[in-house]
Design a protein around this ligand. Structure first.
Ligand code: PGA
Length: 259
């Protein structure tokens, strides 16, 4: 990480987990940890129905609340869907887009992710855009090719640099998510550097230098330090280990102490 130019972000992705009691207890514990870590932005992405409870529970802290998905339209006949505007109204500041579980189970293409990205920016949400390769793609040696395509399609049609600046990117190798298999710090660092290079080509050095790029995929209290020590890794998107406040607190503290 390089805090001279970009924000360090430690974000929890709770996926389809949690309830009101869990949220209340979690925030009670995590608020002081987050406030003490002044140079870190803490974000918790809860299921959409719990955003309001999380927002209330986070009062008095600077913890950002986020959704995990949204539809690309403002409203309409899309049974079961939630729009970006609705997330915002519920109290979200961030939204995860293009997570590999959405790409895999809900057939989200790069083009759909691009539409969502544009709409999220339009309503004023801060997108956390997920990209990453499968194990097969890594073995075939096409990791950066896949990620560059995911990035270029997602960024197509963004109005200008100032839109690009609002985006956070999360590199999440699909084979490392929820598997306990973490990318080595070098593997993760190399891809994050590749992502920054792609952003540099699209938007220039200044935007690339200022963009926060997170690593996600079995990050935990034990491996956080070596991952966060990589120059191009500016934080983490953490699934399993973000559900237990003590583990998550430990990652925040590690991020705070890592240069
Ligand atoms: P994990 O999930 O930390 O449980 O691997 C990360 C994610 O899916 O964002």
């Amino acid at each position: 990480m390089d805090r001279r130019y970009r924000k360090t972000i430690i974000a929890g992705n709770w996926k389809m987990n949690g309830d009101t009691a869990h949220i209340k207890d979690f925030f009670k514990q995590i608020k002081s940890v987050s406030s003490a870590a002044k140079n870190i932005k803490t974000v918790i992405c809860t299921p959409a129905t719990m955003i309001g409870v999380a927002q209330t529970a986070s009062k008095g802290s600077k913890i950002g609340i986020g959704g995990q998905n949204m539809h690309f339209a403002e409203n309409g006949a899309y049974t079961g869907e939630v729009s970006g505007k609705m997330l915002l109204e519920a109290g979200a500041e961030y939204v995860i887009l293009g997570h590999s579980e959405r790409r895999e189970y809900f057939c989200e293409t790069d083009e759909i992710v691009a539409q969502k990205l544009r709409y999220a920016l339009e309503v004023g949400l801060k997108p956390i855009l997920c990209v990453g390769e499968t194990l097969l793609q890594r073995e075939q040696g096409i990791t950066m090719e896949i990620i560059n395509k995911q990035l270029k399609v997602a960024f197509l049609g963004l109005a200008n640099d100032s839109d690009a600046k609002k985006i956070v990117i999360a590199y999440e190798p699909v084979w490392a998510i929820g598997t306990g298999k973490t990318a080595t710090p070098e593997q993760a660092g190399d891809v994050c550097a590749g992502i920054r290079k792609c952003i540099r080509e699209l938007y220039g050095a200044k935007v690339a230098r200022a963009m926060s790029i997170l690593y996600g995929g079995s990050m935990n209290a034990k491996n956080a330090e070596e991952l966060l020590s990589q120059y191009d890794i500016d934080g983490g998107l953490i699934g399993g280990a973000s559900l237990k406040w003590a583990d998550f607190a430990s990652i925040i503290k590690t991020a705070c102490e890592t240069e």
